[in-house]
Write a protein that binds this ligand. Structure first.
Ligand SMILES: NC(=O)c1ccc[n+]([C@@H]2O[C@H](COP(=O)([O-])OP(=O)(O)OC[C@H]3O[C@@H](n4cnc5c(N)ncnc54)[C@H](O)[C@@H]3O)[C@@H](O)[C@H]2O)c1
Length: 272
């Protein structure tokens, strides 16, 4: 195992979303990119929303390689007007939205004395308010059309915590609370709303966490990641495509009676 962020693609033969429209935030990299590619592989039209235009364009290119109609839209999830503009573009092009994966997120970290109010606010704005705004704009469209599936990316840090993850854990617990409430409101309209809670996953975000936290434990970033892998009962980090597989299941017909859940995908980590 090397501890660089993963660019590995996992190809599925399933085709569960032919003709469906998936909107993925944070699609330029990591888990969001893996979700965009997975839904493309399974036949969906895919809208990739991100602030990172180059990564977003690469995500679209990969989706198209699998035959999907895919678009890249510059969208800062903290800005309601950006989300509304992106959704208008999707509705003009395809006329419906069946799937939302709200994956855009950042990690900052630091001890309580180090975390500035600005840092706290920025993480809450992107990781929690960003998810709220996407749910707020897209859920009513699903409810007024053919139902749908909303998958909000939380974290194992939304269910438990460690020193130095205050704003991140708070934002991710907030996503679980938000998911419960939106799920209750949307249930009568055939819209399922679930949170996915990954453990450490091989993306740039976990590399950021390693850079930030390793010195505090007297470790190199590589050693910090190796220790996190060793802490996990499965003795490894997750791959982004494994998280995308769970998101695809939650958007599938097999998951139509699953709503309001916050599902861990962490190799057993939260149990330790
Ligand atoms: N990697 C992990 O170990 C891990 C574990 C648990 C949860 N998560 C969560 O998974 C989600 C995806 O993270 P990742 O690991 O793929 O990280 P990543 O850094 O690889 O990707 C995050 C993406 O979000 C985008 N983004 C950041 N701010 C944005 C904004 N304001 N508007 C739109 N896009 C924005 C980035 O440009 C990037 O493309 C995040 O919500 C993260 O908190 C990650």
């Amino acid at each position: 195992m090397t501890y660089s962020s993963s660019t590995q693609e996992h190809e599925t033969k399933l085709r569960r979303f032919v003709g469906h429209v998936a909107v993925i935030t944070g699609a330029a990299k990591g888990i969001g990119r893996a979700c965009a590619v997975r839904f493309a592989q399974e036949g969906a039209h895919v809208a990739c929303l991100d602030v990172h235009d180059t990564g977003n364009a690469e995500a679209v290119e990969t989706c198209r390689r699998y035959g999907a109609d895919a678009i890249s839209v510059h969208c800062d999830v903290t800005k309601l007007e950006d989300i509304q503009r992106a959704v208008d573009e999707v509705m003009r092009r395809w006329g419906r939205i069946d799937i939302l994966v709200a994956a855009a997120g950042i990690y900052t970290g630091g001890l309580l004395t180090e975390v500035s109010v600005e840092q706290w606010q920025r993480v809450i704005d992107i990781n929690l308010t960003g998810v709220f705004l996407c749910n707020k704009v897209i859920a009513p469209l699903m409810a007024g059309c053919c139902g749908g599936s909303i998958i909000n990316i939380s974290s194992m840090s939304g269910k438990t915590s460690w020193p130095g993850t205050h704003e991140y854990s708070a934002s991710k617990s907030g996503v679980i609370g938000l998911t419960h409430s939106v799920a209750m409101e949307m249930a009568p309209y055939g819209v399922t709303v679930n949170a996915v809670c990954p453990g450490n996953t091989r993306t740039e975000l976990v590399m950021q966490a390693a850079l930030k936290n390793a010195p505090r434990e007297g470790l190199t970033p590589e050693e910090w990641l190796a220790r996190r892998a060793n802490d996990c009962p499965m003795k490894r980090l997750a791959e982004p495509w494994e998280i995308a597989g769970l998101c695809a299941f939650l958007a599938s017909e097999d998951a139509r009676y699953i709503t309001g859940q916050a599902i861990e995908i962490d190799g057993g980590m939260v149990l330790t």
